[in-house]
Design a protein around this ligand. Structure first.
Ligand code: ATP
Ligand code: MG
Length: 357
């Protein structure tokens, strides 16, 4: 019996298509080595380019394809100087998150070579944690509200719902169980100041009772920022509110070489989108120098999530290939001080992969 996974590919804007092409290429190369598994890869239009073409940044046909797919691979969307007439950023990735209820943003942070971190004395075994970001509410709630510039104030709300907090906490504890690390989940909050966070903490503690094998802890977000830089090895799985997660994930990416090294997954009840943590990087688009690693590692996360013995094997192979390639510090794109192009780095991953599979 052959299992065909329907994967929607959304290149998007800027360097998005350049990096998704690399992931698609590697998936196609892996396919013949996997027994009983096929990938039905279909590209769909989305993003600023599509908005300019058709007036809709997320066409219904694209959304339907995503909704009915097994997984979505997404590059990046949005460009700083193209906006909706009301001034809002064109960010269909946020609409996708909302409409598919992708509540859990999973951002694994892993150092592949000591030369990639600005932290002195840290090596690949010490920086390896996962940030889980609640992605449907928090301080991003009500992002559609347009500020009244003539009013005397502007207010944003921070919403934590029972359902929202519980599902993201469960995702974090399940992840800690799967990882063979410290078996610890740290809730990053600000319960000393915000009542919404006292509530979040209460729900986190309730969920923790169902996981006696996992150690729960609470860390204030300001302290967590310091610990992340001073002793990143203290973390295993971290879970936090939307905006804190947004900020901390960029800080975390900085620990392992920058945005080009940070993969992510946005997980929902019955949909999942895999994309690099970085944006469309218009400053380097079209030059062939975008770092493909974050995108390739996002594809590895997708293979893991598809949950088939052969896709699990492929996920491990892909991550091992990346790890092998990056063990040579000259295998880097310019954002990390290297000289390789996007395709040269992918070529290296590809040849390493052939040997592993
Ligand atoms: P977003 O609003 O989507 O978060 P952003 O404005 O924060 O986007 P990014 O596009 O994520 O910006 O990246 C910031 C800068 O980092 C880019 O302008 C680019 O120079 C660099 N960068 C990001 N991703 C990569 C990559 N994959 N390869 C090389 N450089 C990158
Ligand atoms: Mg950003």
């Amino acid at each position: 019996m052959i299992k065909t996974f329907k994967i929607v590919v959304l290149g998007g804007d800027g360097i998005g298509p350049e990096v998704t092409d690399q992931a698609v290429r590697l998936l196609r190369e892996m396919e013949p080595y996997l027994s009983g598994v096929k990938f039905d890869l279909a590209e769909h239009r989305v993003g600023v380019g599509e908005y300019q073409r058709s007036g809709n940044a997320l066409p219904e046909s694209t959304f339907e394809a995503c909704r009915t797919s097994d997984a979505v691979l997404l590059g990046a969307m949005g460009l700083p100087n193209v906006r909706y007439p009301n001034g809002k950023e064109i960010a269909p990735q946020l609409d996708l998150r909302e409409r598919l209820q992708l509540f859990g943003g999973i951002r694994p942070i892993r150092l592949y070579h000591e030369s990639d971190t600005p932290l002195k004395g840290y090596g690949k075994d010490e920086i390896d944690f996962v940030l889980v970001r609640e992605s449907t509410e928090g301080l991003f709630y009500g992002r559609d509200v347009v500020a009244d510039l003539d009013a005397d104030e502007a207010i944003n709300e921070l919403r934590i719902s029972r359902v929202g907090a519980e599902r993201v906490c469960r995702l974090a504890f399940d992840l800690a169980r799967k990882r063979n690390k410290a078996k610890k989940v740290s809730l990053i909050d600000k319960a000393n100041v915000l009542s919404s966070m006292v509530y979040f903490r209460h729900i986190f503690d309730q969920v923790a009772k169902d996981y006696p094998d996992i150690t729960p802890e609470h860390v204030y977000v300001d302290a967590a920022s310091l610990f992340m830089v001073r002793k990143p090895d203290a973390f295993d799985v971290m879970v936090t509110e939307n905006m804190f997660g947004d900020i901390l994930s960029d800080l975390a990416a900085g620990l392992v070489g920058g945005m080009g090294m940070a993969p992510s997954a946005d997980i929902g009840e019955d949909a999942a989108v895999f994309q690099p943590s970085h944006g469309s990087a218009p400053d380097i688009a079209g030059q062939g120098i975008a770092n493909p690693i974050a995108m390739i590692l996002s594809a590895a996360m997708m293979l893991e999530w598809l949950d088939h013995t052969e896709t699990h094997r492929a996920a491990v192979a892909l991550e091992t290939a990346v790890s092998e390639v990056l063990s040579d510090p000259s295998h880097r794109t310019p954002d990390m001080g290297g000289k390789m192009s996007t395709t040269q780095l992918t070529d290296a991953v590809s040849s390493s992969l052939q040997k592993i599979l």
